[in-house]
Unconditional design. Sequence first.
Length: 64
Amino acid sequence: MKITLSHQTTQKDATKKIDDYLNYLLKQKYPGIEVIDPTKEWTDNFMRFYFAIEKMLWDMEYEI
């Protein structure tokens, strides 16, 4: 997937905003989902990132 956004700022500031936001998203906790091995790399003004998602299934029993 390729996303291009107009940012109206310097490349350095735009890179930091994108970096910070991606870090924020990857650190979020989602019920039943685990992000595994997030990786990102910058080449000039292009960022490539990848991660795996593992869905955890819960099997619980309750005895009353």
